[in-house]
Design a protein around this ligand. Sequence first.
Ligand code: NAP
Length: 255
Amino acid sequence: MPQSLMGKTALVTGGSRGIGRSIAERLAKEGATVALTYNASKSGAEEVVEAIESADGSAFALHSDLSDVQAIPTLFEQLDRELIRRNGSKALDILVNNAGNSGWGSFRDATPDNWDAIFAVHARAPFFVVQAALSRLSDGGRIINITSGAGARAMSAVPIYSMAKASINNLTHALAQELGPYGITVNAVAPGWVRTDMNAAVRENVDMVKMIEADTALGRFGETSDIAAVVAYLACEESRWVTAQVIEASGGYKL
Ligand SMILES: NC(=O)c1ccc[n+]([C@@H]2O[C@H](COP(=O)([O-])OP(=O)(O)OC[C@H]3O[C@@H](n4cnc5c(N)ncnc54)[C@H](OP(=O)(O)O)[C@@H]3O)[C@@H](O)[C@H]2O)c1
């Protein structure tokens, strides 16, 4: 099979673990040079780069704490340097806003500090990452935001997280209009329950797992590769006429 992203460049935030790792690996498998960011998991990020390179792909890791908006210009300076070194150009074709900290915390327990912390990573960072990426993004490029089913169907266990994800759905729509004249498509992928560290505690509760699986038409938790497959489609030429969409990839959760 020909690689659909040969010659393209991609930035995946939060590529050191979980869904971001799978996305980075899948885009690299399709031929893209992938820059992946990490915050705390340096060794995880190094492992992902190693896995990609040992499968003959091309990747590199960059540190960035996206809860700090000041870190974003530095991230892009590092990205420019490495892309110019590898490709002779800082052009970026695909941006995947994926990084996210866990958003657990009920309405009653919420504090202004944890509200700010969740919004900083899930809403403010993607907004300013896109703003910084604009001068690098090629015409015909792709922006893919990883949102959540909770963005459209708020979960009372995670009200702040749900609000932050709703704001990303909204931003996806606004950016699709703003960037359409350049042929750039902007879409979001909304996972349901995916087997990652983010919900490891939930998966320890057998009754919760049974309930979630019973509520899912396809009867199981999602795997990170299920989400990466949708991202790979949105990143490739075949999706050129799809923009401003929030695509739920949840196996049919709570239909
Ligand atoms: N898992 C699910 O069921 C599910 C469902 C719906 C939506 N999602 C969304 O999918 C995305 C990925 O989630 P996941 O389940 O893969 O989570 P995960 O396994 O916990 O991984 C989170 C990733 O985000 C990075 N990250 C966290 N805080 C960061 C910060 N302050 N600055 C920079 N990077 C940061 C982590 O980097 P380090 O480890 O290097 O710090 C890691 O690479 C998130 O946007 C999440 O909201 C997940």
